[in-house]
Design a protein around this ligand. Structure first.
Ligand code: SAM
Length: 310
C-alpha cells in the first residue's frame, strides 16, 4: 500500500480513508510539498465504481464536491506517487468504460503546493448546525454557546467525523432524540474517528464512555478533541469491539454495512438498551435488519444514508 503524509481528510462518501506518515517529497519550492489534484467529473451510473477505484488506489480521502446526475470529486496525490497512481487509475477507468461504454469519466489534473490545500480545507470545514441544540465547529472557531446549546469543537487531523457527513449527523440526531427518553449511563462508540459521537454522549450527560477505533491516528485525534472539549470521562482504546469489552446502555457505531455485518452479534450483545447503527445505505437497510435480532425502533435517513435504532 502506498503511504503518505497528508494534512487532512475531508469526510467523504467513501469512508475510512486515512493518511499515514511518509518520507518528505523534495519540491521545487522550499518546504512546500507538491501534490497533484485530480478533478473528476463522472456520471451517476459509474460514480460509485470510479470513487471506489480511486480510493482503492490512493487509500486517501476523496473530496466530494457535487452529487446528482453528475458527480464531481477531487482526488489527491503526492507528487512522488502521482505517475504510478495515475497509470493505475487509467487502467481502472478503462476497465469501467469497457463495462459501461456510455459512461462519462473525465479527470483534469492540476499541480498544487500543500500550503494552498490546507487553506482550502479550512475554507470547507465550517461550523455546522446539526439541530437547534447542537452545533459542530472547527477547533479554530470562536463560539460561545447559548444556554441549553451544545457546541462541539473538532480538530479532525486525519480522522473522520466533522459532522459534515450525513452518517455522522444522523447518529448525532438519533442520540439527541433518544437521550431524553432513556437517559443512558454508559456508551460504547465503535469506530470513534475524531471522537465526535463519544464527545456528544459526554456532553449530553452520559457518565461512562468507551470509544474504540482500529486507526491509531483516529485515537490520537479523538484524544485531542476530548481535551479541546474538556471531556474527561471517555476511555479511548485502539482496536475494535471485543467480547470482553463489557456491556453498555448504548452502543453507537457509524461504520459501513460491510463492517457492521460480521460484528453484528457482538454489537447487539454489548448494547443493554439501545444500538444505534449508521453508515448504512438505504438499499442495505433490510440486510442489516435481518442480521440484528432486535426490533428496529427507528430509521433516520438523509439522501442515500440511513441510521437504524434497535
Ligand atoms: N464515529 C465517527 C463519526 O460518526 O463521524 C467516525 C466514523 S468513520 C465513518 C468510521 C471509523 O471506524 C473510522 O475511524 C475507522 O478507522 C473505524 N473503523 C473501521 N472499522 C472498524 C472496526 N472494525 N472496529 C473499530 N473501528 C473501525
Amino acid at each position: 500500500m502506498l503511504t503518505d503524509e497528508c494534512p487532512f481528510i475531508i469526510d467523504a462518501t467513501l469512508k475510512g480513508g486515512s493518511f499515514r506518515k511518509k518520507t518528505v517529497i523534495p519540491t521545487q519550492r522550499m518546504n512546500k510539498k507538491k501534490w497533484y489534484r485530480g478533478k473528476w467529473r463522472v456520471n451517476a451510473e459509474v460514480a460509485s465504481l470510479v470513487i471506489e477505484a480511486v480510493h482503492a488506489v490512493t487509500k486517501r480521502g476523496i473530496e466530494i464536491r457535487e452529487e446528482g446526475k453528475d458527480y464531481e470529486f477531487f482526488s489527491y496525490h503526492p507528487a512522488a506517487f502521482w505517475a504510478e497512481e495515475k497509470a493505475a487509475l487509467e487502467a481502472q477507468v478503462a476497465l469501467i468504460l469497457s463495462l459501461f461504454p456510455e459512461a462519462k469519466v473525465d479527470c483534469q489534473w492540476e499541480e498544487f503546493f500543500e500550503e494552498n490545500w490546507q487553506e482550502n480545507w479550512r475554507k470547507y470545514f465550517r461550523p455546522r448546525r446539526i439541530s437547534s441544540k447542537l452545533i459542530v465547529l472547527p477547533a479554530w472557531e470562536k463560539y460561545k454557546p447559548e444556554k441549553g446549546e451544545i457546541a462541539l469543537f473538532i480538530e479532525p487531523a486525519t480522522a473522520f467525523g466533522t459532522g459534515t457527513h450525513e452518517t455522522t449527523r444522523l447518529c448525532l440526531k438519533a442520540m439527541e432524540i433518544f437521550f431524553p427518553l432513556e437517559h443512558p449511563q454508559s456508551l460504547l462508540d465503535v469506530g470513534t474517528g475524531t471522537g465526535i459521537l463519544a464527545i456528544y454522549g459526554a456532553k449530553l450527560g452520559i457518565k461512562e464512555i468507551v470509544a474504540v477505533d482500529i486507526d491509531p491516528l483516529a485515537i490520537e485525534a479523538a484524544q485531542k478533541n476530548c481535551q479541546l472539549n474538556k471531556v474527561k470521562n471517555i476511555k479511548l482504546i485502539k482496536g475494535s469491539i471485543t467480547k470482553g469489552i463489557g456491556s453498555f446502555d448504548w452502543v453507537v457505531a457509524n461504520l459501513e454495512t460491510k463492517i457492521i455485518l460480521p460484528i453484528a452479534e457482538l454489537l447487539t450483545s454489548c448494547a443493554c438498551k439501545t444500538l444505534i447503527l449508521s453508515g448504512i445505505l438505504t438499499k442495505e437497510i433490510e440486510e442489516v435488519k435481518a442480521k440484528i435480532r432486535r426490533c428496529c425502533r427507528e430509521v433516520f435517513s438523509e439522501g442515500e444514508w440511513a441510521c437504524l435504532v434497535f
